[in-house]
Design a protein around this ligand. Structure first.
Ligand SMILES: [Fe+2]
Length: 435
């Protein structure tokens, strides 16, 4: 006989993840459907197929178009929204690469007037978001077209919700703290990694407090993502490496997340396989469109996974680190990942076994320490091949900084779904290992 039983509540003081919170506003609950005991091998796929536990999950994603020429559809999609005027959000690098003019031509062809806001830093700042909202309102715009990497799209998300809620962007920090959605947002990514074009996340830097904060809400999911792999051929090798490693971390953290589900798992594992296959070629041969498309697809799939399953300790620690040292997000992630895997491994060995296979590690290794060591070695190899070498000490991190970083990271909402509970002291040890 089958039945459904609610089980569990959040640990005291922990924040519920919105995929669960939206279903159960007053608590973090898992529902079990009774069935057969799991049997068979211990791979992640087999575990899913035979599991007796099917937790309720929802899948949030925008409409997206993937393929060469997608960015030329901006005008058509904006036109369908019956808008008066568009605000194009971009940055000087994207403008120089020629992608802004392509999108502007598309809007012009659909007779849509626009203004351009391009004052966005690599880590988008509170002041830039507020300034962008002011431009949006004073220019009488009613749609946002974001053309750029994660920084540009996150800034666009932030200025959109500021323009409708008339509050400072810091007000929206955390999970489900956005009262009113922003105006329609068309996102056109020009990097393969952040997946801001499909995600429920926006990361903004508060330079006065030297931190980045996360806004996590269904209201910041773009209305449409136009994902064109061709836009990534103008990325330099280091940006390709950092954004690619970011995407890898998204996929790994989503797969081991406490909020994982069979649907998210499909995307997470395929993303790991795609990134493993294509990252090095994309770095070394920037014009290789197969590699660029593989990375863009890997990034998209990782985004679909993590936007719904959330992330973990790598991102919690990277947000704190990146805000403190103003380092690129993907670089922070790449330098922390292997150390977080070492910390988390015992909490989810079956899941890490599936990750090892997706990373191309030959089967047949025996013993958890062997698999753990192999994954660490593989990640280390990928990041050093991508020329994200060295450690955090070489980038200016001092031991004396670590308690401050850990204090901020332990409050980051991404830590809620980490497979192993991490206290401030645990994060201090991981930072020290990575230093
Ligand atoms: Fe990320």
């Amino acid at each position: 006989m089958q039945g459904i039983h609610p089980e569990g509540n959040p640990s005291p003081g922990r924040i519920a993840w919105p995929g669960i919170l939206l279903l159960f506003p007053c608590g973090f609950r898992t529902f079990h459907i009774e069935g057969e005991q799991p049997t068979g091998s211990h791979t992640g796929e087999a575990h899913v197929a035979n599991s007796k536990t099917i937790a309720l999950r929802k899948f949030v994603a925008p409409e997206f178009v993937f393929g060469t020429g997608a960015l030329d559809l901006a005008g058509r999609y904006a036109s369908n929204l019956h808008i008066r005027k568009a605000l194009i959000v971009t940055d000087p690098g994207v403008t120089a690469a020629g992608w802004l003019s392509r999108v502007a031509e598309s809007l012009t062809a659909s007779t849509i007037p626009y203004v351009v806001f391009d004052r966005v830093s690599p880590n988008p700042r509170v002041e830039e978001v507020m300034h962008g909202a002011e431009v949006f309102l004073t220019e009488g715009c009613d749609v946002i077209v974001a053309v750029g990497g994660g920084s540009v799209i996150d800034c666009a998300k932030g200025l959109g919700i500021v323009s409708t809620n008339h509050q400072t962007v810091r007000t929206f920090e955390g999970v489900d703290n956005v009262p009113e959605p922003g105006p329609p947002l068309i996102a056109i990514p020009t990097t393969a990694g952040t997946s801001a074009d499909v995600s429920q996340f926006a990361i903004i830097a508060d330079m006065q407090e030297r931190l980045k904060f996360a806004i996590i809400s269904k209201t910041v999911v773009p209305d449409v993502a136009l994902v064109d792999p061709l836009t990534t051929v103008t990325m330099d090798p280091y940006l390709t490496a950092c954004t690619g490693m970011d995407a890898l971390v998204h996929a790994i953290e989503a797969y081991v997340s406490e909020a994982h589900s069979p649907v998210y798992d499909l995307h997470a594992l395929e993303a790991i396989r795609l990134i493993t296959r294509h990252l090095q070629t994309a770095i070394e041969q920037p014009d290789d469109l197969d590699a660029r498309a593989g990375m863009m697809l890997g990034s998209l799939e990782a985004g679909l996974a993590f936007s719904n399953a959330s992330l973990g300790a790598v991102h919690a620690m990277a947000h704190s680190l990146g805000g403190y040292l103003d380092m690129p997000h993907g670089e922070c992630n790449a330098l922390l990942l292997e150390h977080v895997v070492a910390f988390n491994y015992d909490a989810a060995p079956e899941r890490y076994a599936a990750i090892a296979t997706a990373l191309g590690i030959p089967p047949g290794l025996t013993g958890p320490s062997t698999v753990r060591a192999s994954i660490r070695a593989r990640i280390n190899e990928m990041r050093t091949t991508a020329r994200i070498a060295g450690s955090l000490a070489g980038r200016g991190l001092k031991s004396a900084d670590i308690p401050v970083l850990a204090e901020k990271a332990v409050k980051d909402p991404c830590l809620v779904t980490n497979p192993r509970r991490a206290l401030k002291r645990d994060l201090e040890v991981i930072y020290e290992d990575a230093r």
